[in-house]
Design a binder for this molecule. Structure first.
Ligand code: ZN
Length: 185
Protein backbone atom coordinates (compact mmCIF):
# COMPACT_ATOMS: atom_id res chain seq x y z
CA UNK A 1 0.00 0.00 0.00
CA UNK A 2 1.31 3.40 -0.96
CA UNK A 3 1.34 5.74 2.04
CA UNK A 4 1.26 9.52 2.05
CA UNK A 5 4.71 11.11 2.20
CA UNK A 6 4.74 13.90 4.75
CA UNK A 7 6.13 17.23 3.64
CA UNK A 8 8.42 19.61 5.51
CA UNK A 9 6.45 21.42 8.20
CA UNK A 10 4.99 18.26 9.74
CA UNK A 11 6.29 17.93 13.30
CA UNK A 12 6.78 14.16 13.04
CA UNK A 13 9.70 14.86 10.68
CA UNK A 14 11.40 16.53 13.65
CA UNK A 15 10.74 13.63 16.03
CA UNK A 16 13.36 11.04 16.93
CA UNK A 17 12.46 7.47 16.07
CA UNK A 18 11.98 4.88 18.79
CA UNK A 19 14.13 1.78 18.87
CA UNK A 20 12.24 -1.20 17.40
CA UNK A 21 12.19 -3.96 20.01
CA UNK A 22 10.11 -6.52 18.16
CA UNK A 23 9.81 -7.14 14.43
CA UNK A 24 6.12 -7.99 14.17
CA UNK A 25 3.47 -7.88 11.44
CA UNK A 26 3.06 -4.12 11.90
CA UNK A 27 6.77 -3.52 11.21
CA UNK A 28 6.81 -5.94 8.27
CA UNK A 29 3.75 -4.27 6.71
CA UNK A 30 5.23 -0.83 7.32
CA UNK A 31 8.53 -1.80 5.65
CA UNK A 32 6.70 -3.26 2.63
CA UNK A 33 4.56 -0.12 2.31
CA UNK A 34 7.58 2.13 2.66
CA UNK A 35 9.34 0.31 -0.20
CA UNK A 36 6.25 0.60 -2.39
CA UNK A 37 5.88 4.29 -1.50
CA UNK A 38 9.56 4.98 -2.19
CA UNK A 39 9.48 3.26 -5.61
CA UNK A 40 6.26 5.05 -6.51
CA UNK A 41 7.93 8.39 -5.75
CA UNK A 42 11.18 7.45 -7.58
CA UNK A 43 13.18 7.94 -4.40
CA UNK A 44 16.32 6.10 -3.29
CA UNK A 45 15.44 6.14 0.41
CA UNK A 46 12.57 6.66 2.80
CA UNK A 47 12.45 6.89 6.59
CA UNK A 48 9.54 5.92 8.85
CA UNK A 49 9.06 9.55 9.94
CA UNK A 50 8.25 10.44 6.32
CA UNK A 51 5.14 8.27 6.48
CA UNK A 52 4.23 9.45 9.95
CA UNK A 53 5.82 6.78 12.16
CA UNK A 54 8.45 7.61 14.75
CA UNK A 55 10.45 4.42 14.51
CA UNK A 56 14.06 3.63 13.71
CA UNK A 57 13.28 2.07 10.34
CA UNK A 58 14.41 3.09 6.88
CA UNK A 59 14.39 1.57 3.39
CA UNK A 60 16.93 2.23 0.63
CA UNK A 61 17.36 1.14 -2.98
CA UNK A 62 20.03 2.73 -5.15
CA UNK A 63 19.79 0.15 -7.99
CA UNK A 64 18.26 2.50 -10.54
CA UNK A 65 20.57 5.44 -9.96
CA UNK A 66 22.87 4.56 -12.87
CA UNK A 67 24.44 8.00 -13.11
CA UNK A 68 25.39 8.10 -9.43
CA UNK A 69 27.48 5.07 -8.52
CA UNK A 70 27.47 3.39 -5.14
CA UNK A 71 30.09 1.27 -3.43
CA UNK A 72 29.48 -1.36 -0.80
CA UNK A 73 31.65 -3.67 1.28
CA UNK A 74 30.55 -6.64 3.35
CA UNK A 75 33.11 -8.13 5.75
CA UNK A 76 35.76 -6.00 4.05
CA UNK A 77 35.04 -7.44 0.59
CA UNK A 78 33.69 -5.14 -2.09
CA UNK A 79 30.31 -6.35 -3.32
CA UNK A 80 27.84 -5.31 -6.01
CA UNK A 81 25.39 -3.01 -4.20
CA UNK A 82 22.59 -4.08 -6.55
CA UNK A 83 22.73 -7.60 -5.13
CA UNK A 84 21.96 -6.22 -1.68
CA UNK A 85 19.05 -3.95 -2.63
CA UNK A 86 16.55 -3.13 -1.37
CA UNK A 87 17.88 -2.55 2.12
CA UNK A 88 15.51 -2.53 5.06
CA UNK A 89 17.47 -1.12 7.99
CA UNK A 90 16.06 -1.52 11.49
CA UNK A 91 17.73 0.41 14.33
CA UNK A 92 20.72 1.39 12.17
CA UNK A 93 23.88 2.68 13.81
CA UNK A 94 26.41 4.61 11.74
CA UNK A 95 30.12 5.15 12.11
CA UNK A 96 31.02 7.87 9.62
CA UNK A 97 34.57 8.02 8.30
CA UNK A 98 36.73 11.11 8.75
CA UNK A 99 36.90 12.21 5.13
CA UNK A 100 33.95 14.18 3.85
CA UNK A 101 32.67 15.10 0.40
CA UNK A 102 30.01 17.40 -1.01
CA UNK A 103 27.22 16.00 -3.15
CA UNK A 104 23.75 16.84 -4.41
CA UNK A 105 20.81 15.67 -2.35
CA UNK A 106 17.08 15.85 -2.54
CA UNK A 107 14.44 14.55 -0.18
CA UNK A 108 10.93 13.24 -0.81
CA UNK A 109 9.69 15.49 2.01
CA UNK A 110 11.06 18.55 0.16
CA UNK A 111 9.60 18.42 -3.36
CA UNK A 112 11.70 20.21 -5.99
CA UNK A 113 14.48 21.19 -3.59
CA UNK A 114 18.04 19.97 -4.01
CA UNK A 115 21.21 21.19 -2.36
CA UNK A 116 24.89 20.44 -2.00
CA UNK A 117 25.37 18.66 1.31
CA UNK A 118 28.63 17.55 2.96
CA UNK A 119 28.64 13.91 4.14
CA UNK A 120 31.27 11.41 5.16
CA UNK A 121 32.75 9.82 2.06
CA UNK A 122 32.48 6.37 3.65
CA UNK A 123 30.30 5.09 6.45
CA UNK A 124 30.09 1.87 8.42
CA UNK A 125 26.56 0.67 9.11
CA UNK A 126 25.23 -1.89 11.56
CA UNK A 127 21.52 -2.65 11.67
CA UNK A 128 18.99 -5.45 11.80
CA UNK A 129 17.13 -6.75 8.79
CA UNK A 130 13.46 -7.76 8.72
CA UNK A 131 14.35 -11.26 9.91
CA UNK A 132 16.07 -9.76 12.93
CA UNK A 133 19.53 -10.71 11.65
CA UNK A 134 22.37 -8.34 12.40
CA UNK A 135 23.74 -6.82 9.20
CA UNK A 136 26.95 -4.91 8.84
CA UNK A 137 28.39 -3.17 5.79
CA UNK A 138 30.35 -0.17 4.61
CA UNK A 139 29.03 2.20 1.99
CA UNK A 140 30.31 5.02 -0.19
CA UNK A 141 29.06 7.00 -3.16
CA UNK A 142 25.31 7.43 -3.43
CA UNK A 143 24.60 4.54 -1.04
CA UNK A 144 26.83 6.05 1.64
CA UNK A 145 25.09 9.38 1.22
CA UNK A 146 21.60 7.82 1.26
CA UNK A 147 22.31 5.88 4.47
CA UNK A 148 23.51 9.06 6.19
CA UNK A 149 20.51 11.06 4.94
CA UNK A 150 18.05 8.40 6.15
CA UNK A 151 19.78 7.89 9.50
CA UNK A 152 19.44 11.64 10.04
CA UNK A 153 15.67 11.37 9.48
CA UNK A 154 15.49 8.75 12.24
CA UNK A 155 17.02 11.35 14.57
CA UNK A 156 14.67 14.13 13.43
CA UNK A 157 17.46 15.79 11.43
CA UNK A 158 16.67 17.09 7.94
CA UNK A 159 19.05 17.80 5.09
CA UNK A 160 18.35 21.53 5.32
CA UNK A 161 20.10 21.40 8.71
CA UNK A 162 23.31 20.42 6.93
CA UNK A 163 23.17 23.01 4.14
CA UNK A 164 25.41 26.03 4.18
CA UNK A 165 23.66 29.03 5.69
CA UNK A 166 23.87 30.76 2.30
CA UNK A 167 22.08 27.86 0.58
CA UNK A 168 19.46 27.76 3.30
CA UNK A 169 18.93 31.51 3.06
CA UNK A 170 18.42 31.27 -0.69
CA UNK A 171 15.79 28.56 -0.14
CA UNK A 172 14.02 30.37 2.70
CA UNK A 173 11.05 31.44 0.59
CA UNK A 174 10.51 27.95 -0.85
CA UNK A 175 10.81 26.34 2.58
CA UNK A 176 8.28 28.74 4.04
CA UNK A 177 5.83 27.94 1.26
CA UNK A 178 6.30 24.18 1.75
CA UNK A 179 5.70 24.46 5.49
CA UNK A 180 2.62 26.62 4.94
CA UNK A 181 1.22 24.11 2.43
CA UNK A 182 1.80 21.13 4.70
CA UNK A 183 0.06 22.91 7.61
CA UNK A 184 -3.01 23.43 5.44
CA UNK A 185 -3.43 19.80 4.47
ZN1 ZN B 1 14.85 12.71 3.14
Amino acid sequence: MIREILIYGESVLRTKGKQIEKIDDDIRALAADMLETMYDANGVGLAAQQVGRTLRLTVIDVSDAESRPSKMWVAGEEVDPKEHMPLVLINPELQPGEESEIGTEGCLSFPEITAEIPRSAKVKVTAQDLQGNRIEFEAAGLLGRAVQHEADHLNGILFIDRMSSAAKASLAGKLKRLAAESKKS
